[in-house]
Design a protein around this ligand. Structure first.
Ligand SMILES: C[S@@+](CC[C@H](N)C(=O)[O-])C[C@H]1O[C@@H](n2cnc3c(N)ncnc32)[C@H](O)[C@@H]1O
Length: 468
């Protein structure tokens, strides 16, 4: 929470923003005090309202931009500022890339003690709008009221959109989202309109009642579209009415599914999926390989940039066709199958059993015969005896979640001593921590950040390590 700021010290003028913090806020310094300021970017001179004090830093928000940073641009989305989705839309894309690369450089050298002098330029995303292949919208009967709404008498309190940051129960109604290509916006708006016109209730996130809960839309580079409507407490007639409407309005959907989720949380991993029409999966495609994507499957959300990321990973691995490759945290086996044609044998390991089933199917449908997949917690599966049984790896590709690798996994990597490790990470800070631990036996040869998520502070980073 932090301490409140006394009224007479709440407003400060002419603050120069000198840097950007990991989670995207502008950083300033005055009289030894470090400020983290929402919606400020390096180069701005701003007036600030200080909100709270935490240890030796204060948090605040911009009240006026006195002199805009040269990096500032007009956000293109009307929902910018309230929606938490694209926090950096007020900064031009070149500057976003600059700050993402600077962040990677900073954490790798500071936390990882890595010499970053030969870090390669960050790879930007060709598409900076409509780049996501999956979005999840939430229904709510407690719409977040914007300043404009406050002025209008007509207040429909139903909303279908995204959570307002910091408010689990308030949903911002989305009119147009620039993150996912058509027909995503049309589907969402049509469902909202139909439900409103037919009196199908929107979920109450506090009381846990109401018919409609979420809509998940998945689009693929093949042009196939999956829609999953998640109900909470509907009547059978309402399910039929709404699903029939979606089916007739969007007859080309490859997969139209629904779920009745009456749990307290929104996750669908433990839920029964009902097929209303079409198949229960869609196909993605990459370099002639097909990937089956089900409602519960993980697939990188920026398909085009995932292809670039995988090519960099394969290039760093330097495969000749003779290598035994381990793909750690393989998900649905996408990287494993992508590199399989360039390796002798690929062994994929992943926590989620259904993802491992998908990985095996993905090998099968692509006629890839040199992959093997194992499900389980990495720290338990990847052991020296597992390696003795499945063959010593020439290259280890590892793509862990944000938390990075478990200490036992690092210990095992140090014992296994593969000649090369390609470390793909969505969190350079934990990657840096792991690199420091691996430095006992490995040196960093190549570093390349990749931007998968334009207008956000997130950045992916690929590092090639070789045995010292
Ligand atoms: C960043 S994703 C990588 C997915 C995959 N490489 C891809 O590109 O599609 C991380 C994966 O690690 C898995 N995971 C998380 N914790 C794990 C653990 N302790 N052991 C094994 N796998 C884990 C997650 O289920 C997820 O599929």
């Amino acid at each position: 929470m932090g301490k409140r700021i006394p009224q007479d010290k709440k407003f400060v003028a002419d603050i120069e923003i000198i840097d950007i913090a990991e989670e995207g806020r502008g950083v300033a310094k005055r009289d030894e005090l470090v400020m983290f300021i929402e919606k400020a970017i390096p180069g701005d001179i701003v007036d600030v309202e200080l909100l709270r004090k935490k240890k030796n830093l204060v948090e605040g928000k911009v009240t006026a931009v006195k002199s805009p940073s040269p990096h500032r641009v007009e956000p293109f989305c009307p929902h910018f500022g309230v929606c938490g989705g694209c926090k950096w839309q007020h900064m031009n894309y070149d500057a976003q890339l600059l700050f993402k690369a600077k962040y990677v450089d900073n954490v790798l050298s500071r936390i990882g003690k890595v010499d970053t002098s030969s870090m390669e330029p960050i790879l930007g995303s060709e598409e900076t709008a409509y780049y996501r292949n999956k979005l999840e919208y939430t229904f709510s009967n407690k719409r977040w009221l914007t300043n404009k709404d406050e002025e209008t008498a007509d207040r429909d309190m139903n909303a279908l959109g995204f959570h307002v940051p910091g408010r689990f129960d308030k949903i911002l109604d989305i009119d147009h989202c620039f993150l996912q290509a058509d027909p995503s916006n049309d589907i969402r708006n049509s469902i909202r309109e139909f439900a409103t016109n037919h009196g199908i209730s929107f979920y109450d996130l506090r009381a846990h009642e109401g018919a409609l809960r979420n809509v998940i839309i998945r689009t693929a580079s093949t042009g196939e579209v999956m829609v999953i409507v998640v109900f909470a407490y509907p009547t059978l007639e309402q399910i039929d009415q709404l699903m029939e409407f979606v089916n007739s309005k969007f007859p080309n959907l490859a997969s139209l599914l629904y779920i009745v989720n009456q749990k307290r949380n929104d996750t669908i991993f433990d839920q029964e999926i009902e097929v209303f029409s079409g198949r229960d999966f869609i196909y993605e495609e990459m370099e002639g390989l097909k990937f089956k994507v089900g409602p519960k499957s993980f697939y990188q959300t920026n398909s085009a940039q995932a292809y670039e990321l995988y090519k960099i990973t394969r290039d760093f691995a330097g495969l000749t066709g003779n290598e035994v490759v381990y793909d750690l945290y393989t998900g649905a086996g996408t990287i494993a199958n992508f590199v399989a044609r360039h390796a002798k044998q690929v062994v994929g390991i992943e926590y989620v059993p259904s993802a491992i089933e998908d990985a095996k199917i993905n090998s099968e449908i692509n006629d890839v015969k040199n992959t093997k997949f194992y499900a389980g917690d990495m720290k338990d599966v990847l052991t020296v005896s597992f390696v003795e049984e499945h063959g010593k790896p020439d290259v280890i590709i590892t793509d862990p979640p944000r938390a990075g690798m478990h200490g036992d996994v690092i210990k095992c990597l140090l014992e296994v001593e593969a000649p090369k490790i390609v470390y793909v990470s969505c969190n350079a800070a934990t990657q840096a921590r792991d690199l420091e631990l691996l430095s006992e036996k490995y040196k960093v040869d190549r570093i390349k950040p990749v931007d998968m998520f334009p207008h956000t502070q997130h950045v992916e980073n690929v590092v090639l390590l070789s045995r010292k």
